[in-house]
Structure formats: C-alpha cells, structure tokens
Ligand binder design. Structure first.
Ligand SMILES: NC(=O)c1ccc[n+]([C@@H]2O[C@H](COP(=O)([O-])OP(=O)(O)OC[C@H]3O[C@@H](n4cnc5c(N)ncnc54)[C@H](OP(=O)(O)O)[C@@H]3O)[C@@H](O)[C@H]2O)c1
Length: 292
C-alpha cells in the first residue's frame, strides 16, 4: 500500500516514521504543515490541497497523526482547533482512502471510577476534547479506524517526561498532582498498535482504546521517571523531592480529567495484541533520551 502519514513532525508521526522501516513492504509518504526532511508540506485543513495530494500520490491509506494538541490554547482558539481536529478529518475521509485516526481520553468527562470502554458515553469538558469528539463524529459512518489514546510522550517534541526531567534538575522539590489517574503511553507503542491494524488480514473499522497497560497518577509517573532515570544515570542523578499535591493546588488553566483510564480489551481481542506496561515504555524512552 501507499501510506500517507500526516503530522509526521509530531511525537506519534516521528515514531511512525521510525517504525515504517520495519514494514518495508509498503511505500510511505510523510507530510506536515511545516517543512521537514523527506516530507511534504500539506495543510490538512485545505480540502482541495488534500484531495489533489492524495490523487497525485495515489494514496491507499492515511494515518492521521496531525492534530491541534495544546489543551490550554484550544480554549482560546477553539475555531482553529475545530478546523484541524474535525474539519480536516472530514477532508481526509472524503478522499475515500482507508483512514486510521487518533483521538483522546479527553472525549470523556474524566469522572469515572472504572476504565472507560469504547461504548461509554462521551462528555468532553474542554475545547480540545470537544473538537476531538467532533473529529470522531465526522468518521461515524465511515470505515475508519479510530485509536483513542492518552498521556502520550516520546523522545520527540515536548511532553511530560521531558518537562519533569528538566524540572527535576532545576528544582530541589516538585509538587505533582496525585489525584488525576490515567495511563502514560509511549508513542512508539501506539505506533506499533497502528501497524498491528495496518498489517491485520481484515480491516477492522471502529473505535479502539489504546494506551500502555497499567494505571498511575502524575505523581506516581514522576516518581518512576526519576527512579528509572537515576538507575540509568547514577553519576548524574536527579535529587529533587517529589511532593504529592491536589489538583486544586496547581494553577490549571483548563480542567483536567480526574480519571481517564481506558479499557483496552476490544483492541487486544480484535487484533490479537499484547500491550507493554507503561513502566516498560518509560524505560525504553528514557534509555533513548539518556543515550542522546
Ligand atoms: N499528546 C498527548 O498527550 C495526546 C493524548 C491523547 C491523544 N493524543 C492524540 O494523539 C495524536 C498525536 O499526538 P501528538 O502528541 O503526536 O501530537 P503533536 O506532537 O502535537 O503532533 C501533531 C502534528 O500535527 C501538525 N499539524 C498541526 N496542524 C496541522 C495541519 N493543519 N496540517 C498538517 N499538520 C498539522 C503539528 O504541527 P505544529 O506543531 O507545527 O502545529 C504537529 O507536527 C493526536 O491526534 C492527539 O490529539 C495526544
């Protein structure tokens, strides 16, 4: 197949690029809104550009890694977020290509006390969540595959792991919220799940929850980041203390879900897949970050 990876400069897009090397039977075309090596410039919000690009390159399958992902800025720029997270998704769907799209735990209210299933009611509480839900709705009657994920990080771009490593070096004590529960997800492992769907004998259209295994708070996550980092770098350890704080003590500009663990049973059963625990994903990512 000829596979177009949009948003190839982002966390997931970069991981897709790296993994594509292990799946050489397909041909890959990479694009993003900003120029990068071996990639085309394609603004997915432009319907004509998308249609022309897909026709010109005879694309069979699109993996849409492009998105407006800044949760705080989306509150002030909901119209732009809507354009990228929903209207652009329609542009991609209209090409008639097979489509794998990525969504988020933010479509849920985040106040459950059990892992969310795909069939659970959505109730986004943020502009980002609303626009991502709108993007899902655009695909409701198509044969697209949607992966909802959460707490994504990688060696690329800015993310929680990199921020905590930096703050851990700068500060002697860090307050991190312990009352928000979810699952950190290594973007490489999500990319592996996407390839599992691409390589599957049958095309299983529908929505799937896909994060790493396990559950933790941002406080636990930080603790584990520092513990693993110090095991990898005993001669240059992070010495900052991690203090558990309530969400009410942190100046959030936008409300965050308190509980957004996703139930991954449907994904695992449909694709016969296993998913690594989040601590394994973290280990792999930290090893790479330390190496660099
Ligand atoms: N990050 C998370 O914690 C998280 C959690 C749950 C779900 N997700 C979902 O997972 C997916 C991948 O997230 P990610 O963290 O890899 O995102 P990311 O790092 O923000 O990458 C998104 C990429 O899309 C590009 N893009 C923005 N507007 C575009 C446009 N009009 N046309 C083409 N490309 C455009 C961005 O470019 P610029 O940077 O130049 O704008 C960026 O390179 C997204 O669908 C996101 O909603 C992420």
């Amino acid at each position: 197949m000829k596979i177009l990876i949009t948003g190839c400069n982002g966390q997931l897009g970069n991981e897709m690029r790296l993994l594509a090397v292990e799946h050489p039977k397909h041909e890959y075309i990479y694009s993003d809104v900003i120029q990068s090596d071996n990639a085309f410039v394609l603004d997915i919000t432009n319907p004509q550009e998308v249609a022309d690009f897909v026709a010109q390159h005879a694309i069979d399958l699109i993996v849409n890694c492009a998105a407006y992902t800044n949760v705080d800025k989306a509150e002030e720029n909901e119209a732009i977020a809507q354009k990228i997270n929903a209207e652009a998704v329609e542009n991609l769907a209209k090409t008639g290509c097979k489509l794998i799209h990525i969504s988020t735990d933010y479509v849920f209210a985040g106040d459950a006390c059990y892992p969310y299933k795909e069939s659970d009611s959505v109730s986004p509480k943020t502009a980002y969540g609303r626009t991502k839900w709108a993007g899902e709705q655009v695909l409701a009657k198509t044969n697209a595959i949607i992966f909802r994920t959460a707490w994504l990080y990688s060696t690329f771009g800015n993310n929680f792991v990199k921020t905590m490593l930096r703050l851990g070096k700068e500060k002697s004590e860090l307050g991190v919220v312990f009352d928000q529960i979810g699952t950190p997800t290594y973007a490489k492992h999500l990319a592996q799940a996407i390839f599992k769907a691409i390589e599957s004998k049958d095309w299983h259209a529908g929505t799937y929850h896909c994060t790493n295994e396990g559950v933790c708070s941002w406080y636990d996550f930080t603790h584990e980041i520092f513990r693993q980092y110090n095991a990898l770098c005993p001669h240059n350890p992070i010495e900052a203390k991690v203090k558990p704080i309530h969400s009410s003590e942190y100046q959030y500009r936008t409300p965050r879900p308190f509980y957004s663990v996703l139930d991954k049973q449907k994904y695992k059963e449909t694709f016969g897949a296993t998913i690594p625990h989040w601590t394994e994903g973290l280990h792999e990512c930290l090893e790479k970050l330390v190496e660099n």
